[in-house]
Design a protein around this ligand. Structure first.
Ligand code: NAD
Ligand code: KPL
Length: 321
């Protein structure tokens, strides 16, 4: 494996006047963003959980980004949430179920004109964070990039993808999108980010739980296409009921396309269960079922799927929220 911190096309860019990118959560996505921003010469600081994690990070002497045969280590500065330093720009890279509590820990450090970028999958955590800091601008993101941890402080960039960013309150695009461009982070400003998030949520609801219940790769769902179609019909109707008709267009066609295109992959939820990790069920299927319940929308197949998945997780000793 080559160690080439200086040979990348995005490296050596001068650090112009940029606000520091504070990255809350040094997991797969946090490391993937932090290393690419640092590589572009932008100021980045990691916020890790506590002093023990900070010591471990210091011992590792930086974050390593692995892309194919390339491995680059970046000595990014790190701190704990308790550090007394104002934050102007914060990338929240925790799991959906940790986001609200993690932001609560640093809320007192946010400048009045701070901006939060929320990378969580699903829906529900973004709204919870926004309600916690109502005077702070929250930008929602939906990403199809793929990354996983190859041990502590090491991340593998496993799947090229795209990140859509947007403001649920219809604010203008932020000036720092150019910094993402400089960092090689493929992105687009989305005027309707909620529609994107709903669409991704629906895709994940139609695919991920079934891959867990049938213990199969995404392609294994080709043998269960009738069940997938039934879920897509119900999800499309639910999206319309929630005022998200745009996110419902040709849902089943896209779900089958994704199943085919990712046939050899295990879904993220399958991977979480296989590794004994908590899933984001409450922010995907749980959110869809709650949206149905609160609108008196009858969704028997989604409710039954949620129940089956909950029982499955409990049998494996995993949290069902
Ligand atoms: P992860 O578990 O790898 O990383 C989350 C990190 O947040 C962990 O290191 C955890 O210790 C840290 N954390 C939690 N609470 C914290 C706190 N209070 N203070 C500091 N750190 C804290 O998760 P991930 O895979 O990076 O996923 C993050 C989000 O991005 C999820 O919602 C996921 O669905 C979404 N996402 C992930 C991928 C991917 O390929 N990994 C792709 C698209 C979207
Ligand atoms: O996003 C996914 C995931 O695994 O979480 C896909 C590949 C679309 C399957 O739902």
């Amino acid at each position: 494996m080559r160690n080439s911190a200086l040979s990348h096309p995005h490296s050596n860019a001068p650090a112009l006047t940029s606000a520091t990118w504070y990255v809350l959560g040094a997991g797969s996505m946090g490391m993937l963003w932090a290393t690419r921003l640092a590589r572009a010469g932008l100021p980045v600081k990691l916020i890790v959980r506590n002093c023990d994690r900070l010591q471990a990070y210091k011992a590792a002497q930086g974050l390593t980004l692995i892309e194919g045969e390339d491995s680059q280590k970046w000595d990014i500065s790190a701190q704990t949430p308790e550090t007394e330093e104002p934050i102007q720009r914060l990338l929240v890279a925790c799991k959906a179920y940790d986001a609200q509590q993690a932001v609560a820990q640093i809320a007192g450090r946010l400048s009045p004109d701070a901006e939060l970028i929320l990378l969580q999958n699903g829906l529900g955590s973004q709204q919870a964070v926004a309600a916690l800091v109502p005077h702070i601008r929250c930008i929602f993101a939906s990403s199809t990039e793929g990354a996983f941890r190859a041990g502590d402080w090491r991340v593998v960039f496993a799947g090229l993808g795209h990140t859509w960013l947007g403001d649920a309150d219809q604010g203008p695009p932020p000036h720092w999108l150019g910094e993402l461009q400089r960092s090689g982070i493929a992105h687009e400003w989305s005027p309707n980010i909620l529609s994107r998030l709903w669409r991704k949520l629906a895709l994940n609801c139609a695919i991920n739980p079934l891959t867990v219940l049938y213990d199969c790769r995404n392609g294994g769902l080709q043998a269960h296409s009738a069940e997938v179609n039934t879920l897509c019909t119900e999800l499309s109707a639910l999206l319309k009921c929630c005022g998200q008709a745009g996110a419902a267009v040709d849902l089943a066609t896209e779900v089958h396309r994704v199943i085919q295109a990712t046939a050899n992959n295990y879904s993220s939820m399958h991977q979480d269960v296989a590794h004994g990790r908590r899933t984001e069920i409450s922010y995907l299927l749980g959110y869809a079922c709650e949206a149905a319940r609160s609108r008196h929308f009858v969704a028997p197949h989604l409710q039954r799927l949620h129940q089956r998945l909950t029982e499955h997780l409990l049998r494996r000793g995993l949290p069902c929220n």
